[in-house]
Design a binder for this molecule. Structure first.
Ligand code: PMP
Length: 487
């Protein structure tokens, strides 16, 4: 594998040829990766980085079995349009069938998750003769025009106007949402809100086509919805004649550890499932998985969505590795260790507000203080930068970009989990020390009307306090107050 991935110069599209919206992690100082192997990536100086985010390389970067299968298929591939080519029957659909529930027996293959979502939308409209769609607030389902409409994350942040056939339900975020875990009726309230939205969608005079959601809401920050919420939504949508679509682009092929698909962990039965990214370990392939009855509505067009020789070879290789290397079982074990470590860090560090997730998919909320829960994007940015200095690659996502997302390749080990958690522990301690010394400095300063930047919100507490600081003695209570006030 090392030989297949010899160090090279990084491939860089000059800025003048790339769009400004092309987002690079670590902004002005991106890591210049020249090769990668399993859960490790290497820069120009051959420095090794632990990759905690690239879920697309599902079974590991440049996994030799996948590289070999891809290369072999590439040399025998016949690119054609309109020819009849006898490739024999592809094996991949059969292999995939074995890990899906019985009713999901038909595959429509394509090249990207976005395409698959668009196709699922078309199918649901053909099947129901409806047009209205229910989505989850803050969701993201892909980059096509039609799919942007299903992605509140996009239309909220980019001034794209929302079409009136789209209706979004409140995301059941028990940490930060309108109803939180201290409210015993929170889940019922989220369900009631969703019911209102679905009723209003129908009152608008449109028939319901579908409800689309990630069974684990990864893009908005790895929110694992309470299963009763998803089950109730599926029931309501079906009662109104709509289909239920599960977007498994991020969560498929055992990432949640306990099951191959996250909808199984939620105990729901979607009518259509979208799969992508991880299927090809980096090779662009995706699929709509549904019943024969629903797929048949495409008529002759169904032939456009065949499994190609490349997809067959790559897809089978990925599934083989997943099974042979027991990566799903490993995700459960490693995920349990990682979660325990992250929970310990949450108790220890003021800036970790919430840890959620399972298997090898986690979200860590970085906040200014546990009490205020104010999203701390600046701290999340700092953590990502400092972890990179420790050669661990992480990313921050979510509405406030304060959520650290962990979705490493599935070959991530317990040792990797410990390196990650120990690194985080050190970085969080450094950040806290720095902030305390900032607070001490501020508390020791003579009375000030206002200070610059983030410290500007600090106000002297009372005369006593002020005299203490002007004499150069530190009033500990005030320091703590300053520290807490820094958000
Ligand atoms: N659904 C989800 C949940 C996604 O995160 C993405 C892309 N990140 C897509 C769909 C679209 O997939 P693709 O990039 O392959 O078009």
């Amino acid at each position: 594998n090392m030989q297949l991935c010899k160090p090279q110069k990084p491939l860089r599209l000059p800025r003048k040829y790339s769009s400004k919206s092309c987002h690079l992690q670590h902004g002005a100082r991106p890591v210049k990766i020249v090769r990668a192997s399993y859960q490790y990536a290497y820069d120009e100086t051959n420095t090794e980085y632990l990759d905690c985010v690239n879920s697309m390389s599902h079974v590991g970067h440049c996994h030799p079995a996948v590289v070999e299968a891809t290369s072999l298929a590439m040399v025998t591939e016949v690119a054609s349009s309109g020819w009849e080519i006898d490739l024999g029957e592809p094996k991949y659909p059969k292999d995939l069938r074995q890990i899906l529930p019985d009713h999901l027996d038909t595959f429509l293959f394509c090249n990207s998750g976005s395409e698959a979502v668009d196709l699922a939308l078309q199918l649901s409209r053909l099947y129901t003769c409806g047009t209205a769609v229910i989505v989850v607030d803050n969701a993201f389902h892909g980059a096509l025009d039609s799919v942007h409409q299903l992605s509140p994350k996009i239309y909220k942040s980019n001034n794209i106007s929302k079409e009136d056939w789209v209706h979004s339900v409140t995301m059941p975020d028990l940490y930060r949402g309108p109803y939180q875990s201290d409210d015993p009726l929170a889940v019922e309230k989220y369900v009631a809100d969703a019911k209102d939205v679905i009723n209003k969608a129908r009152d608008g005079g449109r028939k319901l086509a579908c409800f689309i959601a990630e069974p684990m809401l990864t893009v908005p920050g790895c929110i694992d919805p309470p299963s009763t919420w998803l089950q109730e939504l599926y029931k309501m949508v079906r009662a109104f004649g709509g289909l239920c679509i599960a977007d498994e682009v991020q969560t498929s092929l055992g990432r949640v550890g306990s099951h191959y698909w996250s909808f199984q962990a939620q105990d729901v039965k979607p009518d259509i499932v979208i799969i992508g990214k991880s299927l090809g370990n980096g090779y662009p392939m995706a699929a709509v998985v549904t019943s024969r009855e629903i797929a048949a509505l495409l008529g002759e067009r169904i032939k456009e969505y065949q499994c190609t020789r490349m997809m067959d070879a790559v897809g089978c290789a990925v599934l083989n590795v997943l099974k042979q290397e027991h990566l799903m079982e490993s995700a459960t074990e490693v995920g349990t260790v990682l979660k325990n470590e992250l929970m310990k860090l949450q108790i220890k560090h003021e800036h970790i507000g919430n840890v959620r997730g399972k298997g090898l998919i986690f979200g860590i909320e970085i906040v200014w203080s546990k009490q205020s829960k104010t999203p701390a994007r600046e701290l999340a940015d700092q953590i990502v930068y400092r972890m990179r200095e420790k050669h661990v690659i992480m990313a921050n996502e979510g509405d406030g970009r304060n959520i650290l997302i962990l979705m490493p390749p599935m070959c991530f080990t317990k040792e990797n989990a410990l390196i990650l958690s120990q690194g985080l522990d050190k970085v969080l301690a450094e950040i806290s020390t720095q902030r305390i010394s900032q607070a001490v400095n501020t508390a020791m300063q003579p009375r000030v009307g206002s200070c610059e930047g983030r410290l500007g919100i600090l106000q002297p507490q009372d005369d006593d306090d002020d005299s203490a600081s002007s004499k150069g003695t530190v009033n500990l209570e005030r320091v703590l107050q300053c520290y807490q006030d820094l958000d």
